[in-house]
Design a protein. Structure first.
Length: 187
């Protein structure tokens, strides 16, 4: 087991642009500064991708399509010395009963069982489900304003839930990495 921090990252809208049901590796677009931010997180701890991919369950794509997108992501990240240590995904439709679709805790619990974790943990994402996953698993929650993040922030602020569900709001993944470094917990 590691005492280094674990960084749980959402994919679509957090690391990459979200065109909706991304299945073509040629459509993969890293968000500005995301690769360098992943490299900064790599230097501090373990980076795990946790992503809902209901397009598989809906029949819009195959698991092999998602694997090809993840291979392209790995290639693009490697170009700046960054990498994802582990990937967990939920292939189920929202109406299926599963324990892995965010905000359910299954993906993080499985990864913890496989990899172990004794250090601080951070969940970074752009949707309410990402923040809910953080709360369900005891992680520090960071909302990024990329992807659906601005809308999520506005909705949570309007409902009075922002401070309950979110420990920090950052403009993007780079801002989240900077906040983690400045907080001192991840050293």
């Amino acid at each position: 087991m590691s005492t280094k921090p674990m960084f749980w990252l959402d994919r679509d809208g957090t690391i990459v642009d979200d065109p909706g049901y991304l299945k073509d590796p040629g459509q993969l677009r890293l968000l500005p500064g995301a690769a360098a931010a992943v490299a900064r997180l790599n230097a501090m701890g373990t980076v795990v991708l946790v992503t809902n991919q209901s397009g598989i369950g809906r029949g819009y794509m195959e698991r092999s399509d998602v694997d090809a997108v993840h291979a392209a992501l790995a290639e693009q990240l490697a170009s700046v010395g960054a990498h994802i240590d582990h990937i967990e995904l939920c292939p189920h439709r929202p109406d299926e009963a599963c324990d892995c679709r965010k905000p359910q805790s299954g993906m993080i619990l499985r990864a913890r069982a496989a990899m172990g974790s004794l250090g601080p943990e951070y969940m970074i994402g752009d949707k309410r489900a990402d923040l809910g996953l953080a709360r369900a698993t005891g992680c520090t929650s960071i909302l990024v304003r990329t992807g659906d993040g601005l809308e999520t922030e506005s909705a949570l602020r309007g409902s009075g839930e922002l401070d309950t569900l979110c420990d920090h709001v950052a403009d993007d993944l780079a801002g989240a990495a900077s906040w983690i470094i400045e907080s001192g917990d991840a050293r």
